[in-house]
Design a protein around this ligand. Structure first.
Ligand SMILES: Nc1nc2c(ncn2[C@@H]2O[C@H](COP(=O)(O)OP(=O)(O)O)[C@@H](O)[C@H]2O)c(=O)[nH]1
Ligand SMILES: Nc1ncnc2c1ncn2[C@@H]1O[C@H](COP(=O)(O)OP(=O)(O)O)[C@@H](O)[C@H]1O
Length: 211
């Protein structure tokens, strides 16, 4: 982390149930310098979800007021609920040199690419439709109706996978996690970031030998 260099913005998207949150949480345990952006949503909390940790749960009228006030860096309607990312939180963290990860849908990813072209985006695929359905049902967090809607919408989301910088299949969990971690590490080693970090070393290596 270096306060004089803006952090990297990572965007992770996937159809509901592909394992995105589980992968991202495991990544954050290993890469503690990445901050996860907590979104605002009009979706009701699931059992065990808390305000400010999983989401900022708000009423639709309040969310619409916040859209009008321009507080969102991006926002979208997904599975019948509104979701959005706070502009100031993300901007402050990036300005402090921290890397920030957004767990958002493809519509939000398109908006982020337009305003932050340097972002790095990853799409997570399930290994099969049957496994996606098994994971959604196995999670036990949603009603049958909500699960049906998410499964129906998954095709529309997967159709946008090609817009992302990286695509990972979350079949064997540890392999997918290693892939995600490899992406983060490779991005951090990009020359555009490293030459500024190592400016003094590069200058020394280039210096003419004195006398
Ligand atoms: N555009 C956008 N999408 C979001 C945001 N937060 C969550 N989402 C997406 O909304 C969808 C539903 O999320 P959620 O209700 O937590 O369900 P889950 O994906 O099944 O765990 C997922 O595709 C999320 O990535 C956000 O701030 N902006
Ligand atoms: N590689 C995997 N193999 C088997 N089950 C998985 C795998 N990855 C995630 N899961 C499980 O699938 C379910 C959905 O994962 P979750 O992270 O909530 O998905 P998403 O955030 O994409 O909606 C959870 O019960 C999770 O434990």
């Amino acid at each position: 982390m270096n306060a004089s260099i803006e952090g990297t913005l990572f965007v992770v998207a996937a159809p509901s149930g592909a394992g995105k949150s589980t992968l991202v949480n495991a990544l954050l345990e290993r890469e503690s310098t990445i901050s996860l952006s907590v979104s605002h949503t009009t979706r009701p909390p699931r059992p065990g979800e808390t305000y400010g940790r999983h989401y900022y749960f708000v009423e639709r009228a309040e969310f619409e007021r916040e859209i009008a006030e321009g507080i969102f860096l991006e926002h979208a309607e997904v599975h019948g609920n509104l979701y959005g990312t706070s502009r100031t939180t993300v901007q402050e963290l990036l300005g402090q040199g921290r890397d920030v990860l957004l767990e958002i849908d493809w519509q939000g990813a398109q908006q982020i690419r337009a305003s932050k072209p340097d972002c790095v985006s990853v799409f997570i695929l399930p290994p099969s439709r049957a496994e996606l359905e098994r994971r959604l049902r196995g999670r036990g967090s949603d009603s049958a109706e909500v699960i049906e809607r998410r499964l129906r919408n998954s095709r529309g989301e997967i159709a946008h996978a090609h817009e992302f910088d990286y695509i990972l299949v979350n079949d064997v969990f540890d392999e997918a996690l290693a892939g995600l971690q490899a992406i983060v590490r490779a991005v951090r080693l990009r020359g555009t970031l490293q030459w500024r970090r190592h400016e003094a070393l590069i200058a020394e290596l280039l210096a003419d030998e004195a006398g």
